[in-house]
Design a protein around this ligand. Sequence first.
Ligand code: PLP
Length: 446
Amino acid sequence: MTLDVVKYAINRITKTNPELGKPKTEGELRMLVGETVTDNGIGGEKAFELFRDVLVKATVPIDHPRHLAFVPAAPTRAAILFDLVTSASSIHGAYWMEGAGGIFCENEAMHWLVSLTGMPKPAFGVFTSGGTAANLSALVAAREKWRKEPKNQNIKGLMITSIGAHSSIKAMAKVMDADVLLVETENTMTGTALQVLINGLDAIQRARVFAVVATGGTTNAGIIDDLSGVADVCEKEQLWFHVDAAYGGGALAAKSVRHLFNGIERADSVTIDPHKWLFSPYDCGAVLYKNPEEAKEAHSQEGSYLEIFKDEGAHGFNPSDYQIQLTRRLRGLPLWYSLATHGTEKYAWAVEEGIKLANIAGKLITAHPLLELVREPSLSCVLYRRKGWTPDDYRNWTYKNHEAGFALVTPTKWKTTDGYETVSRFCFINPDTTEKDITDILKSME
Ligand SMILES: Cc1ncc(COP(=O)(O)O)c(C=O)c1O
């Protein structure tokens, strides 16, 4: 059984063009596999066979070179292998006392992430389960700082972001019981537009604002807000400045676009997801703080059973002090091993490949008589329309290509002056995607 599992893992890791699976209904899957959890067990071999031969085929491999929907991923082989090692090593990643050697590795990778942002000392961060958890951790730290003022203790906080911000910002505001105000643009949120919105608030609303969230690469279109302009406003208005670069943060490693992120070094907190554009397996997000002590004040948990971890004898960096989770997997370890294996230059190359693919797609679309760019490619995102198509046409086309095991490219919506237009969207992450893949996908729209 062990050999079966290891053989499967090696085969899967080496496959650059895995079968593009598709979902089945729960009823269909039940018919195919029967009962799997029984009083006496069905045995590891049988369970593994069901997974390998049936169940995994009802999943979509995120690293398929023609999976260009949502934000795909392309974990390196080194990172995946080390994910196995991370599990096999059974390390508790919350406190230095238990996880020192592993946390040391995570911190090596974190030093690199911090250096990409240019945030000055003592900036540092921790790995989280993803961008949602990183955003929540950062915004809770922001609100705790604001709540230190006695006058803010019993008022509901308010944060400002833009229409382009990721859905997790609104979702986490709900978790925090905070409100959200939107700068009405899906394009770049500028410092000027932010200032106009703040100037328009009445005194009660203004007193409730505790943070501004700018996006460093919107999920829908790869747009980077005017980070310097937003930083100026946050400084002047004394507001916490969070940059959600969950998707775009990988592009900090790419010289060709690094200047677009200028101003990120002035953020109070930054989210970057290595499981998006830094080639880590799921799940791995990261939250970085300008002043980690502020995060510690918000997140450090107290309990008689935890006191030993804070004792001098156990002293070291405790990741659980800086984000919402206590017990945690050492999710930064696969990134560390992959970085140590390949070096940071290889990462810069791989990210540049995604940007190049977006520009190639842009040219192919412009040259095609039936297609049109909705806007110029930004980072690795391309929005384009098939002239004459209705929302149903885009949906049917997506299902047809997926059904055929050919590609997964999904529609999205883009805000226009008259409302929202359904369009097609590419997001390139995988350096194994080729120009031919793009040409073939575009051909399937003719
Ligand atoms: C900009 C941005 N922020 C946050 C998230 C949420 O990240 P996660 O799905 O890792 O929780 C995403 C996911 O696509 C994103 O693109």
